[in-house]
Design a protein around this ligand. Structure first.
Ligand code: MN
Ligand code: MN
Ligand code: MN
Length: 293
């Protein structure tokens, strides 16, 4: 079975509308998935009505939350959360303000670098979607300041560039707690992307688990098999559920495509098994993995 528990729609910085993502997933034969937009359940909420037909994939509510730990910005996926949970809803509105605040800081820094109007331009491009650095990249490209989005990240928006503003996100433990409160499975996203030493990653995982974290994304997009094996060992050692996803944003020549073959994880505890059992156990609350009572 193909699965995909990490992808972005136009509700954040992805290029496909949620319905297009879902249709593509169905065409590819993906059996279970979650749309995990940055800091919003909007992607899920736009397509939550079950699609008719036997081949309709199992769609679970999902979100990719921003937070910070040890001064670094970290992403935690919330899978199978109850979309109406008030604790999560308050958390999401706090993240939306943090995102706006971060956008204003990025805008001021870009203005200081000679690019006036970046915030207004990026916000206009984002429209109703959660404002993110890709919107600033698109604005820089549209204004002719850089040839393409990759260059915008290399020069201004990527790691340790002026647009890399981390300070606004709430702490990891708090954000993980919102996912638990909403009855979801908290999964540490793309663990290798933080470029931590093994020791630091171990400390992050210990804190994450203490906060209620239950899963590790052992496969993220295009990744070397050796790295997947390494992360699977790490998940085993910490007793974490395995998760996997494309982190798809848009069609790109070297970018990931939707869908991950789940057979590679057979015989191990996975988030898709946990989500399916929870859904079966609580059919009255299909969008939540919260245990009854
Ligand atoms: Mn993104
Ligand atoms: Mn991420
Ligand atoms: Mn992502």
């Amino acid at each position: 079975m193909l699965v995909d528990f990490h992808m972005h729609s136009t509700a954040s910085d992805g290029e496909l509308a949620p319905a297009e993502l879902l249709a593509r997933a169905q065409a590819l034969g993906i059996g279970a998935l979650a749309i995990t937009d940055h800091d919003t359940l909007g992607g899920y909420l736009q397509v939550q009505t079950p699609r008719p037909g036997a081949s309709a994939p199992q769609l679970y509510p999902g979100v990719e939350l921003s937070c910070q730990w040890a001064g670094c910005s970290i992403h935690v996926l919330g899978l199978g959360v109850c979309p109406r949970d008030p604790v999560l809803a308050r958390g999401l509105s706090r993240l939306a303000s943090a995102r706006l605040e971060r956008g204003e800081i990025i805008g001021r820094r870009l203005a200081a670098a000679g690019y006036e109007g970046a915030f207004a331009g990026a916000a206009a491009l984002a429209g109703d979607s959660q404002l993110g650095r890709p919107h600033f990249a698109s604005w820089l490209v549209a204004q002719g300041h850089v040839p393409d989005a990759g260059t915008a990240f290399d020069r201004y928006l990527g790691r340790n560039r002026i647009g890399d503003v981390k300070a606004c996100w709430p702490p990891l433990a708090e954000v993980t707690g919102w996912i638990c409160a909403a009855g979801g499975i908290a999964v540490l996203a793309h663990p290798l992307k933080y470029r931590f030493t093994a020791m630091k990653l171990g400390r992050l995982l210990a804190d994450f688990i203490e906060a209620g974290g239950r899963g590790l994304e052992v496969l993220s997009g295009r990744q070397e098999t050796g790295q997947t094996a390494q992360l699977m060992r790490l998940a085993d050692r910490h007793g974490l559920l395995l998760s996997a996803g494309s982190d798809f944003h848009r069609d790109a020549p070297y970018g990931p495509t939707l869908g991950v073959e789940s057979a590679a994880f057979d015989g191990r505890p996975t988030v898709w098994q946990a989500l399916a059992s929870a859904r079966q156990a609580a059919p009255g609350a299909p969008e939540s993995v919260r245990a009854p009572g």
